[in-house]
Design a protein around this ligand. Structure first.
Ligand SMILES: NC(=O)N[C@@H](CC(=O)O)C(=O)O
Ligand SMILES: [Zn+2]
Ligand SMILES: [Zn+2]
Length: 427
């Protein structure tokens, strides 16, 4: 079908799975990566792409997005969300189950995968619910969900309040080898909160969400992972206290992995000072001290992955007074330049950046990808680390425009995204 031989020439090829950082060429044949070498003769190819000055990396994998389909397609759908993903350099996304209806049945999982086959530009990995209706009462049918194509379970959007139910979820997930992703929030501590509990909340007269709402929940999860002897993945870590608990858990050998999002290593609670509802997100943006701890944790390996938690909302949810606004912000198209900032600051090596955005997510979700090993599907992203651009509502591909980075100048842009050797995005 795809007898094409595409040769990408002169790129900086970065692949943490092979500890590879080399200036050279990569040949794609029949949708697979055939060879990587310093020089591959152009005769080997039917088409040549020059990639001088560009980074060539394994297709990025966003392990935490909200595609809003089924049920809230005015905010985003599988087509618009995966277009934003491709434009952002992602070749695969894992979509969270807080849709309408929630993804707690094989019918919904199959619906998402069927739609993805029809319209998606990237791979789509459905994450199914932990509890039926995300009500925190009864477990969803993990076996059937896995058989339908779910890759993990999570009640993301809300915490699993009942520790006994979470323990059962880990035991049940273990029998199906399904990763468990936890939205860590102690609902009693976060109740009614709008933004981080602290100076800004006091100044604006808004009820706060303390860092402890996250930390208490993370502690419970690592304790349960130890009790059951099965891994847990912590979503969207936002606090220094949370990082500290994960660090100690890992040191004592508990099976835990964690992700954070670009907004937590870029912004602080001060982003909401003008009552900017696009900076209202759960967990909330925290203090400069928290942001510093998150950055260090990314560098040191305490946090394993960067995911965007891309959470589209429309004007009806966002162009309202602050307490009425929905939590969530979009992130697929700004993740690469914001992560490149950490590389430019010397905090992350380019290889570590790729590990955080591709190799680790694949490993944690147990999905293919995150590698350029010959024989692998040609899921590839080309990044121009130098190109600058300004974030505007017009140049974002997501159907929703709720980015706290509108008007910001970004440095670094995805110039080509390829899934199985097919170009799905070209700038
Ligand atoms: N992060 C958010 O602020 N919102 C997410 C839910 C979630 O990720 O918990 C959403 O679905 O809008
Ligand atoms: Zn969440
Ligand atoms: Zn989420």
């Amino acid at each position: 079908m795809n007898a094409m031989k595409l040769l990408i020439k002169g790129a900086r090829i970065l692949d943490p799975s092979q500890n590879l950082d080399l200036e050279g060429d990569l040949l794609i044949e029949d949708g697979l990566i055939r060879t990587i070498d310093r020089k591959i003769p152009a005769e080997a190819a039917t088409e040549v792409v020059s990639a001088r000055g560009l980074w060539l990396v394994p297709g990025l994998i966003d392990m935490h997005v909200h595609l809003r389909e089924p049920g809230e397609e005015w905010k985003e759908d599988i087509e618009s969300g995966t277009r934003a993903a491709a434009a952002g350099g992602f070749t695969a996304v894992a979509c969270m189950p807080n849709t309408k209806p929630p993804n707690d049945s094989p019918e919904v999982t199959r619906y998402i995968l069927d739609r993805a086959r029809e319209v998606a530009l990237t791979r789509v990995y459905p994450v199914a619910c932990i509890s039926k209706g995300q009500k925190g009462e009864n477990l969803a049918p993990f076996g059937e969900l896995k058989e339908a194509g779910a890759v993990a379970v999570s009640d993301d959007g809300r915490p699993v309040a009942d520790s006994g139910l979470m323990r059962m979820a880990l035991e049940y997930a273990r029998s199906f080898d399904l990763p468990v992703i936890s939205h860590t929030e102690d609902p009693g501590l976060s109740a009614g909160g709008q933004i981080n509990e602290g100076m800004v909340a006091a100044r604006l007269g808004l009820k706060g969400i303390p860092a402890e709402a996250e930390a208490v929940a993370i502690f419970r999860e690592v304790a349960l992972a130890g009790l059951v002897g099965y891994p847990i993945h912590i979503a969207h870590v936002s606090t220094a206290l949370g990082v500290e608990i994960i660090r100690r858990a890992k040191e004592s050998g508990l099976p835990v992995t964690a992700e954070t999002a670009p907004h937590y290593f870029t912004l602080t609670e001060e982003a909401v000072l003008e009552y900017n509802t696009n900076a209202k997100v759960n967990p909330p943006l925290r203090t400069a001290k928290d942001r510093e701890a998150i950055r260090q944790a990314l560098a040191e390996g305490v946090i394993d992955a960067i995911a965007t938690d891309h959470a589209p909302h429309g004007p009806l949810e966002k162009k309202v007074e602050f307490p009425a606004a929905a939590f969530g912000l979009i992130g697929l198209e700004t993740a690469v330049p914001l992560t490149l900032n950490l590389v430019r600051e010397g905090l992350l090596s380019p290889l570590r950046m790729v590990e955080l955005l591709a190799t680790s997510p694949a490993r944690i979700l147990k999905v293919p990808g995150g590698t350029l090993k010959p024989g692998s599907p040609a899921d590839i992203t080309l990044i121009d680390p130098e190109e600058t651009w300004v974030v505007t509502e017009e140049n974002l591909h997501s159907r929703s425009k709720n980015s706290p980075f509108l008007g910001w100048e970004m440095k670094g842009r995805t110039v080509m995204t390829m899934v199985e050797g097919r170009i799905v995005w070209r700038s």
